[in-house]
Design a binder for this molecule. Structure first.
Ligand SMILES: NC(=O)c1ccc[n+]([C@@H]2O[C@H](COP(=O)([O-])OP(=O)(O)OC[C@H]3O[C@@H](n4cnc5c(N)ncnc54)[C@H](OP(=O)(O)O)[C@@H]3O)[C@@H](O)[C@H]2O)c1
Length: 305
C-alpha cells in the first residue's frame, strides 16, 4: 500500500495533498513526462504540478488519462495544478489561455491555476509591466467559469501579496515559492500563514538535489555531520529529512523525480517526526541561497526578489 499523504485545507475549503509530484525538467525526451506521471500515480502521488511554461501539459495529461482509463484513480482523486505564463497576463487573455492548457491536459478543469510570476513579458521577453492586479481579475473570471477549482499565485513577495489581497475579490489560496533548507523563507512563510495563504515549496530539495552540482559545495547539509547523523537516526535519506522538515512546518512540497525509487523515497516521510531541536538544527543551515533567482527578469517592474 502506498503511504497515505495528508491533506491541507485551503482558505476556500478545498483539500490539497501536502505532497505532490513536480514535473519541470530542463532536459527530457519524448515520453519522459507521460511515464513520470504514470509512475507517480502508480506509486501513490495524487497531486501533480505542471505549468504551460514546462511544455509538458500534453504528456502530463496523457499520463493522467491513461491512469484514469486503467481504473487506478478517478479524476476526483487527483489534484492537478497548472500555471499561467508571463506572456499572457492581460485580463482578456487569461480564460483563453487556461482553456488552451485544459485542451492540452485533456481535462475539463484543473484543481489549481497559478499566476506563475508577478512579472509580465511579451513574446520577445520584454517587460510589459502589466499590473498583476489586472491579471488577477482574469484569474477570477476563470474560477467563476469553473475552469479551475481554486486560484493562486507563485513567486509573489510579501508586499506584492499584500497589495493583491487589498483588491482581490477572491483570495489566492496558495503562494508557490522556493523553500528548502538553504532558503528557509521564515518571514514570507509566516506572512502567508498570517493571511491564510498556503505556502507551497518548489525546489524543496534545494542544493541537496543532484540537479545543482555547481552549488553543492555551498551546502552545509551536504557536509555537516550533524545532518548526516539525523538522517541515520531515523533511517532516512537527507532528501527525506529535508522534505519532512518542510511538511512539519506546514508547507506543501512538490519534489520532482523521474526515477521510481526516488518518487517512492520522497513519499516515505509521514512515519517519523523531527523534534523541535532537530527542526532548529535544519533551520540553522539556512544560507538564503536561491536556486531559482530568475535573473532574466531582474530589471522588470514587478521582479519579486
Ligand atoms: N513556481 C515556480 O516558479 C517553480 C520553479 C521551479 C520549480 N517549480 C515546480 O517545483 C517542482 C520541484 O522543483 P525542482 O524540480 O526545481 O527541484 P527539486 O524537486 O528540489 O529537485 C529535483 C531534482 O532532484 C532530484 N531528486 C529527486 N528526488 C531525489 C532524492 N530523493 N534524492 C536526490 N535527488 C533527488 C531529481 O532527479 P531525478 O528526476 O533524476 O530523480 C531532480 O534532478 C518542479 O518540478 C516544478 O513542478 C515551480
Amino acid at each position: 500500500m502506498p503511504p497515505k499523504v495528508p491533506n491541507v485545507r485551503l482558505n476556500n475549503g478545498v483539500q490539497m495533498p501536502i505532497l505532490g509530484l513536480g514535473t519541470y525538467a530542463r532536459k527530457w525526451e519524448t515520453g519522459d513526462f507521460r511515464k513520470a506521471v504514470e509512475c507517480g500515480i502508480d506509486v501513490g502521488y495524487h497531486h501533480i504540478d505542471t505549468a504551460s511554461m514546462y511544455k509538458n501539459e500534453e504528456e502530463v495529461g496523457e499520463g493522467i488519462i491513461n491512469k484514469i482509463k486503467e481504473g487506478i484513480v478517478t479524476r476526483n482523486d487527483l489534484f492537478v495544478t497548472t500555471k499561467l505564463w508571463n506572456n499572457r497576463h492581460a485580463e482578456k487573455d487569461i480564460v483563453l489561455t487556461l482553456k488552451e492548457s485544459l485542451a492540452k491536459l485533456k481535462l475539463d478543469y484543473v484543481d489549481l491555476y497559478l499566476v506563475h510570476w508577478p512579472v509580465s513579458i511579451n513574446d520577445e521577453g520584454e517587460d510589459q509591466a502589466i499590473d498583476y492586479i489586472e491579471t488577477w481579475r482574469g484569474m477570477e473570471q476563470a474560477l467563476q467559469l469553473g475552469l479551475t477549482k481554486s486560484i493562486g499565485v507563485s513567486n509573489f513577495n510579501e508586499e506584492q501579496l499584500e497589495r493583491l489581497l487589498a483588491t482581490a475579490k477572491v483570495k489566492p489560496v496558495v503562494n508557490q515559492i522556493e523553500i528548502n533548507p538553504s532558503l528557509t523563507q521564515q518571514k514570507l512563510v509566516d506572512y502567508c500563514k498570517s493571511v491564510d495563504v498556503q505556502p507551497v515549496a518548489y525546489t524543496p530539495l534545494g542544493l541537496l538535489s543532484d540537479a545543482r552540482p555547481e552549488f553543492a559545495h555551498l551546502d552545509k547539509i551536504n557536509t555537516d555531520p550533524r545532518f548526516g547523523a539525523l538522517a541515520e537516526k531515523y533511517g532516512k535519506t537527507k532528501a527525506q529529512i529535508a522534505l519532512r522538515y518542510l511538511v512539519q512546518r506546514g508547507i506543501v512540497v512538490i519534489p520532482k523525480s523521474f526515477t521510481k525509487s526516488r518518487m517512492e523515497e520522497n513519499l516515505k516521510i509521514f512515519d517519523f517526526e523531527l523534534s523541535a531541536a532537530e527542526m532548529a538544527l535544519v533551520d540553522s543551515f539556512n544560507l538564503n541561497h536561491r536556486c531559482v533567482p530568475a535573473t532574466a527578469f531582474a530589471k522588470h517592474k514587478y521582479y519579486p526578489f
